[in-house]
Design a binder for this molecule. Structure first.
Ligand code: ADP
Ligand code: MG
Length: 425
């Protein structure tokens, strides 16, 4: 029996998921809502926004969707999983209350401190004056975070006290992130390398994916503003099997148990962001969905049928499934619009994409693209050039060879994706 699948979202992550699901021998019709200029090559794009829960439910019922996969965080926070389940529709992702592990940093921090999960020391505030005195008492460096979902722009890593005061004013006085800033987490600055851990969960069993590393700041050497993510590598060689075991036992297991205990069992994908500090690993935050652009690397390495895995997570049968990965490395280099992460132009024609796709071991995952007679930009992060290789260096060489063939006005990408990992080993 074939299964019709609906993927919710429009980024590179969703293109990578669609690319992989399209290869399943059991896939029926594959839809992406709303999708992008790349997803239309492997699936049918449906003009329904990711946050239009009613529209998505109606579409799933009418088109006999056997599995819906949620890409981004906002539909999860709106309760898309709860709504689908109430209607008897199968959907991959956590319920609204379980997804609060991502959508409320205050909730996540409290849960971590109750469950003894290693994380930066913190305090939570809803009053500006109290937050201000705490920041002044602690001094810089210090990190100020809007608790709610803020499009990846709610975290301020402050090197000086003046920056921290500015951050508090922006969030709590100017209301820059709206209700997402009703609560503010002020926490200790953590030094060290950052890694992304992804975990498939079915509510009881959990399975770790290989470790990945994202590159958040816009410029080389981690300079400039934070972005949604400018490139990934997987696996990260210096993260040992022992370290992964520690992550499983000291972070993932207690988190899943604590969520179950407070009546919010988690199924779907749990993605803790970690810092490897000199005093051990610490959790920066949790996400309740696949990372973007981590997914663009993971889908290139995954051997097992993704449909089998997602269904096992939904059905609670993950313990029965062996998940296999290809050997070697996968990388993704993100090509962004000029000006991103601030203002940027849209509708810029793209050149060289077909040529770049012909580079061996390269698959192009689209993010902010739209096809209107020709391929044009429609977002900040435009393309994810993914490549595989026997070594990390091989994979990076292929990705950059392809990236150099792409041309559009203002385009920018980091030239040092994976460089830190190459020099750490
Ligand atoms: N305590 C911290 N110390 C140092 N850097 C941090 C800290 N918390 C967050 N960061 C940096 O800020 C980025 C964004 O923070 P995060 O908590 O992951 O929020 P979000 O992804 O929701 O914007 C992280 O990827 C990390 O680079
Ligand atoms: Mg993050």
């Amino acid at each position: 029996m074939k299964t019709n699948v609906l993927i919710i979202g429009s980024g590179g992550r969703e293109h990578a998921l669609a690319w992989k699901l399209a290869q399943s021998p059991r896939i029926g019709k594959l839809y992406v809502a709303p999708g992008n200029g790349g997803t239309r090559q492997v699936a049918e794009n449906i003009p329904i926004e990711a946050t239009d829960i009613d529209g998505l439910v109606k579409f799933a019922e009418k088109n006999e969707i056997g599995l819906t996969v949620v890409g981004p965080d906002d539909p999860l926070a709106l309760g898309v999983v709860d709504t689908f389940r109430l209607r008897g529709l199968r959907i991959f992702g956590p319920t609204r209350t379980a997804a609060e592990i991502e959508s409320s940093k205050a909730f996540a921090k409290n849960l971590m401190s109750e469950a003894n999960i290693p994380t930066a020391t913190f305090k939570i505030f809803s009053e500006y004056n109290k937050a201000l005195s705490y920041v002044r008492e602690r001094g810089a460096p210090i990190v100020v975070k809007a608790s709610g979902l803020a499009l990846g722009k709610g975290v301020y890593v402050c090197k000086t006290l003046a920056e921290a005061e500015g951050a508090l004013a922006e969030i709590m006085v100017d209301y820059a992130h709206k209700e997402a800033g009703n609560e503010v987490v002020v926490e200790e600055f953590l030094d060290g390398q950052e890694i992304s851990i992804h975990v498939f969960c079915d509510g009881k069993t959990f399975v770790l994916l290989p470790p990945a590393q994202d590159h958040k700041p816009i410029h080389d050497n981690d300079e400039g503003k934070n972005t949604g993510g400018m490139g990934t590598i997987a696996p990260v060689s210096w993260v040992s099997a022992d370290t992964l075991k520690i992550v499983g036992e000291q972070v993932v297991r207690p988190t899943i148990e604590a969520l179950t205990k407070c009546g919010r069992p988690f199924s779907g994908l749990l993605y803790p962001g970690l810092k490897m500090t000199s005093t051990g690993l610490k959790v920066l935050e949790f996400n309740a969905r696949f990372g973007d652009p981590e997914t663009q690397s993971y889908m290139r390495l995954l051997k097992t049928d993704l449909l089998d895995i997602l269904e096992a997570c939904v059905d609670g049968t993950l313990a029965e499934l062996a998940i296999e990965w290809n050997s070697g490395f996968a990388v993704c280099v993100v090509i962004a619009s000029g000006g991103y992460p601030d203002e940027y132009k849209k509708g810029v024609p793209l050149r060289g994409v077909a040529e770049a796709e012909r580079v061996s071991n390269v698959v192009m995952f689209h993010a902010g693209t739209i096809f209107e007679n020709e391929l044009k930009t429609s977002g900040g992060r435009v393309l994810g050039v993914s490549a595989t290789g026997n070594t990390l260096r091989d994979a990076l060489n292929s990705a950059y060879e392809a990236a150099r063939l792409i041309q559009f006005e203002g385009m920018q990408y980091r030239s040092d994706i994976g460089a830190k990992a190459l020099s750490t080993t």
